[in-house]
Design a protein around this ligand. Structure first.
Ligand code: NDP
Length: 279
């Protein structure tokens, strides 16, 4: 029987730990605030922003909200970020992606002070992760590491295969597993014989953005499988990049979708906000 890795429970534990940290900080007269910027009114972004603000409220973190119209210019957005970079009452800055097409996303991300880059997307944060120095780490891959650790799954010496090499999931995931002394292989859309490689994984992390792509033929018996993907299937039900029904019986542990990696992203964002005050 496999272990179902419970992201809902673990993320709730982390948020409670952050809440307590924030309470203690407040006793010392320090407050924590995350500035949340949304440009336009993409419905999915509105849901994500709402969830982040809800988590902030739960943890006692302030979340000044900046809802900017779709027509906001790049210059206007950069000016707001500059103002928030200089505002000592703001510890973290989050710009909800995607941005409207007329705004250069990369330019905006790089304009956030690395000290307030709680999403961990700034090139300085990514560089710090690569060389093992202090900096914010992208929330989703950091959440995967917490899921493994808090489920009693050891990474050291294990062959970890990451499928996907995006800047926000795959690449930082590989670096974090390496930092935990895993032996890491990264696969992507040009990888030849993907199945042969994934079948060697003790820990398989899948972040490819293709519903139910990974079935049991890709997985070694007894492997740990972490599914980062989120999709709606043909019946409008949430599913991941892994075909859970087919894969789960062959694993020693697996994350479900929903209730696996998903809730961890916001929990780690809260944790990064608290760290922004400590540092
Ligand atoms: P991207 O689309 O940015 O990256 C997908 C990666 O998968 C690319 O590196 C791509 O390779 C690789 N890939 C695509 N097809 C294949 C294939 N057939 N075989 C092997 N590799 C392949 O996605 P993200 O990393 O942003 O997200 C991945 C998934 O995770 C999505 O489902 C997304 O919704 C979900 N997600 C979930 C989060 C959460 O909070 N749980 C947060 C962020 C993302 P190449 O580089 O060669 O193109």
């Amino acid at each position: 029987m496999y272990q179902l890795i419970d992201g809902k429970k673990i993320s709730a534990e982390i948020k409670d730990e952050v809440k307590e940290k924030v309470r203690l900080m407040k006793e010392e007269g320090k407050s924590v605030a995350l500035a949340v910027i949304q440009v336009g009114n993409d419905p999915a972004s509105t849901v994500y922003v709402g969830n982040k603000k809800k988590a902030c409220a739960y943890c006692g973190i302030g979340s000044p909200n900046y809802e900017l119209p779709e027509e906001t210019t790049e210059e206007e957005l950069l000016a707001l970020i500059e103002k928030l970079n200089l505002d000592d009452s703001v510890n973290g800055i989050l710009v909800q992606l995607p941005l409207p097409k007329h705004i250069n996303e990369d330019k905006v991300i790089q304009s956030i002070s690395p000290k307030k880059d709680v999403d961990g997307f700034h090139e300085k944060s990514v560089g710090a992760l690569c060389i093992g120095s202090k900096g914010f780490v992208s929330c989703t891959p950091q959440g995967v590491i917490e899921l493994l650790k808090r489920s009693g799954i050891s990474i050291q010496g294990k062959h970890c295969v990451v499928v996907g090499r995006s800047n926000i999931v795959g690449k930082p995931m590989a670096m974090l597993l390496l930092r935990e002394n895993g032996t890491v292989t990264v696969c992507h859309s040009k990888t030849e014989n993907l199945r042969e490689i994934t079948k060697l994984a003790d820990i398989l992390v899948v972040a490819i953005g293709k519903p139910k792509f990974i079935d049991d033929t890709y997985v070694k018996e007894g492997a740990v499988v972490i599914d980062v993907g989120i999709h709606r299937d043909e019946n409008n039900k949430l599913c991941g990049d892994v075909d859970f029904e087919k894969v789960a019986p062959h694993t020693s542990a697996i994350t479900p979708v929903p209730g696996g990696v998903g809730p961890m992203t916001i929990a780690m964002l809260m944790s990064n906000c608290a760290k922004a005050v400590e540092d």
